[in-house]
Design a protein around this ligand. Structure first.
Ligand code: C2O
Ligand code: CU
Length: 574
C-alpha cells in the first residue's frame, strides 16, 4: 500500500488522522510529484495575425496549463533555448513556503538562467485555486512566456459551489513592437512609452485587422491558422461552467463579459469569495477569478465573450472569443455586434466591484486586529536626470545583479543598498493631484520586516507627470494579504484606519488594484522566510522602478541551492 510515500510519513499521518480527521490522510496519501519538461524558445507566431517572434514553452504561447492537486509538488525542468537571452520563470500566487529560491525572480531570488542552461523549479502547491506563471526576467513576460496553474482541491474536500465542467481563460494584451524595442524606449532619453497594445488576446488569440497596417511594417495575414478563428468554448444547455479567468496583461486593466450571461464570482486569487453576480468582471493584471456561468440562454445561437480596456482611453479593439451552444457550428459568429463594454473612465464602478470582493462566510481567515508596522507607500512618477521613472516614497527600484536572497543570506552587503527605505512620506504636505515635486533617486534598498510581525501597507496613488492618475495592480510575492480597503483621495491615518477598513471578513489576495486618485490598504503576516518582491504588475511600470523588496526571516532559510547563484557577487559561491 502507498508505495510512493516514505513509511514514517504515512505512520505520522495515520496517527494524526486518528485524532483529527479522515481527509488529512487522503490529502497526504495522494500528494504527487508532477513533472514538466519545458523548452523555452523563440518562435514565429501570429497570435493576432501579425507575425512576430514570441517566447514559447515547447513551441506554444501561452504555455500549457499546469494541473495539480493541493499538496502536490510541481517540478518544472526549464531548458533555456533562447540562444541569446536569459530567462527566469515566476509561479504567480504560489507562496513558495520553504522554497523561496524557486520564486523565479531574476535579481531577487535567483540568477537568470543562461542560454543553453537547464534549471529545475520544485515547489509545493499548498492551496487549491487558480494561479499563473510567467517570465520574470527583464520585460520578457511581454514576449509571451506565460500560462495558467490550476490546483484542484484534494479528493473528499468540497468547494462551496457546484459546477459541471471548467475552462481556463487567460487574458493578455499584445504589441507588434518587440520586447527590446519597448524596453529601449522606456530607458531612453527622451522617454518613449510602449503605447497602447495592438490587440487583446483571449487564450492566445486575437484578430488584428491587417488592412490597417502599412505594407512595409511586417507580415500580417488574416487567414493565418494561429488567428483566423477566435477561441471557442462550448456550452451544453442547462449546465453550469466554472471559468477560471486570469489576466497577465502588460499594461491594460480589463472588463470581461459573456454576452447575455450573468457571472457569479466565487474565487479570487485562490480564496473563496462571498458569491456575487456581475454582468462584467473587472480584472487587473496579476489577478485571477473563478466565475460560475449557467448555459441558460437561447441555445440556437452563439454568443460573444469579450475583453475591453478600462482605465485608459482605449484605442485597441476588444478581445473576442465565441461561446457556442452544443449542436451549433462552433465557428459561427454570433448574430450580434459585440458590446463596447463599460465606459473606460468610470472609476467609481470599478472601485465598487473591488469593494464587493470579501471572504466567503465559511472561509474567513481571521485577520490580526492590529499591525506591528505600517508602511505608507506613495506612488509617484518622477523625472530623474531626464529619465521618467516611477518611485515609491522617492525611490525608483532597480534590480541588482546579485539576487537579494543570496546577498542577504550570505552577507554580501555591497550587492544592494544598505540604507533602509522610508516607511512613510510627507503625507500631510504632499498634493496627490499634482505631479511629484521632487526628483527622487534610483536604488536597490530592502524593507527588513521582523519575522512573524504583522505589516500594514497603504498604497497611495498620485498624479503622474501628465497630470493623470492611473490604475496600478500591486502584486506581493510569497504571501497572500488581507485587502482592508479602498478609498478615494488621500489616506488619512487618523480617520481612515478604523472607519474604512474591513477587519471582519476581508478577502485574501496576492494582487490588488490601486485605483486612480485613491488608496488601497492591505495587511499581511511576515511569516514566510525569504526575500520577496512587491510591485506594480504593469510590466512597463515595474521596469520604470515601481516596486519594493521585503525581507523576513532570511536567517531561517535553509541552504540555498547552488543553481540560483553564478552572477554578480554570487560568482564562485556554492
Ligand atoms: Cu506576476 Cu512579480 O509577478
Ligand atoms: Cu503601475
Amino acid at each position: 500500500m502507498l508505495p510512493s510515500i516514505p513509511r514514517p510519513l504515512v505512520v505520522a499521518a495515520a496517527v494524526l488522522c486518528f485524532y483529527l480527521c479522515s481527509s488529512l490522510l487522503v490529502a497526504v496519501a495522494e500528494a504527487k510529484e508532477r513533472h514538466y519538461d519545458w523548452e523555452i524558445s523563440y518562435q514565429h507566431k501570429s497570435p493576432d495575425c501579425f507575425e512576430k517572434l514570441a517566447v514559447t514553452v515547447n513551441g506554444e504561447a501561452p504555455g500549457p496549463t499546469i494541473y495539480a492537486t493541493q499538496g502536490d509538488t510541481v517540478v518544472v525542468t526549464v531548458h533555456n533555448k533562447l540562444e541569446t537571452e536569459k530567462t527566469a520563470i515566476h509561479w504567480h500566487g504560489i507562496r513558495q513556503i520553504d522554497t523561496p529560491w524557486a520564486d523565479g525572480v531574476a535579481g531577487v531570488t535567483q540568477c537568470p538562467i543562461l542560454p543553453g542552461e537547464t534549471f529545475t523549479y520544485k515547489f509545493v502547491v499548498d492551496r487549491a485555486g487558480t494561479y499563473m506563471y510567467h517570465a520574470h526576467y527583464g520585460m520578457q513576460r511581454v514576449a509571451g512566456l506565460n500560462g495558467m496553474i490550476v490546483v484542484a482541491v484534494p479528493e473528499g474536500v468540497r468547494e462551496p459551489f457546484r459546477y459541471d465542467e471548467e475552462h481556463t481563460i487567460l487574458l493578455e494584451d499584445w504589441w507588434h513592437k518587440s520586447v527590446y524595442d519597448q524596453a529601449t524606449g522606456l530607458f531612453a532619453k527622451p522617454f518613449v512609452f510602449v503605447g497602447e497594445p495592438q490587440s487583446l488576446l483571449i487564450n492566445g488569440r486575437g484578430m488584428f485587422n491587417c488592412s490597417n497596417l502599412a505594407p512595409a511594417t511586417g507580415t500580417c495575414n488574416n487567414s493565418h491558422p494561429d488567428c483566423a478563428l477566435p477561441t471557442q468554448f462550448t456550452f451544453v444547455p442547462g449546465k453550469t461552467y466554472l471559468l477560471r479567468i486570469g489576466s497577465l496583461t502588460s499594461l491594460s486593466s480589463l472588463s470581461f463579459e459573456i454576452e447575455g450571461h450573468r457571472m457569479t464570482v466565487v474565487e479570487a486569487d485562490g480564496h473563496y469569495v462571498r458569491p456575487f453576480v456581475v454582468r462584467n468582471l473587472f480584472i487587473y493584471s496579476g489577478e485571477t477569478y473563478s466565475v460560475l456561468v449557467k448555459a441558460d440562454q437561447d441555445p440556437r445561437r452563439n454568443y460573444w465573450a469579450t475583453s475591453h480596456i478600462v482605465g485608459r482611453n482605449p484605442t485597441t479593439p476588444s478581445g473576442k472569443a465565441i461561446v457556442s451552444y452544443a449542436g451549433n457550428d462552433p465557428r459561427k459568429q454570433p448574430p450580434t455586434t459585440p458590446t463596447a463594454g463599460p465606459p473606460w473612465n468610470n472609476t467609481a464602478i470599478r472601485v465598487e466591484q473591488s469593494k464587493a470582493i470579501v471572504a466567503h462566510p465559511g472561509y474567513v481567515v481571521p485577520v490580526p486586529q492590529r499591525a506591528d508596522r505600517t508602511l505608507l507607500l506613495l506612488n509617484t512618477q518622477n523625472n530623474i536626470n531626464g529619465h521618467i521613472k516611477w518611485t515609491i516614497n522617492g525611490v525608483s527600484h532597480h534590480f541588482p545583479v546579485t539576487p537579494y536572497l543570496v546577498s542577504m543570506k550570505r552577507g554580501l552587503t555591497t550587492a544592494y543598498d544598505q540604507r533602509p527605505p522610508l516607511d512613510t512620506y510627507d503625507h500631510i504636505g504632499h498634493d496627490i493631484s499634482a505631479p511629484a515635486p521632487t526628483n527622487g533617486t534610483i536604488g536597490s534598498p530592502v524593507y527588513r520586516l521582523a519575522f512573524d510581525s504583522v505589516v500594514d501597507v497603504v498604497l497611495q496613488n498620485s498624479n503622474a507627470l501628465n497630470n493623470m492618475s492611473e490604475t496600478h495592480p500591486w502584486h506581493l510575492h510569497g504571501h497572500d494579504f488581507w485587502v482592508l480597503g479602498h478609498g478615494d483621495g488621500k489616506f488619512n491615518p487618523a480617520a481612515d484606519t478604523w472607519r474604512l477598513l474591513n477587519v471582519k471578513d476581508p478577502i485574501m489576495k496576492n494582487t490588488v488594484p490601486l485605483h486612480p486618485n485613491g488608496w488601497t490598504a492591505l495587511r499581511f503576516h511576515a511569516n514566510n522566510p525569504g526575500v520577496w518582491l512587491f510591485h506594480c504588475h504593469v510590466e512597463a511600470h515595474v521596469f520604470m522602478g515601481m516596486g519594493v523588496v521585503f525581507e523576513e526571516g532570511v536567517e531561517r532559510v535553509g541552504r540555498l541551492p547552488s543553481s540560483i547563484m553564478g552572477c554578480g557577487h554570487s560568482k564562485g559561491l556554492h
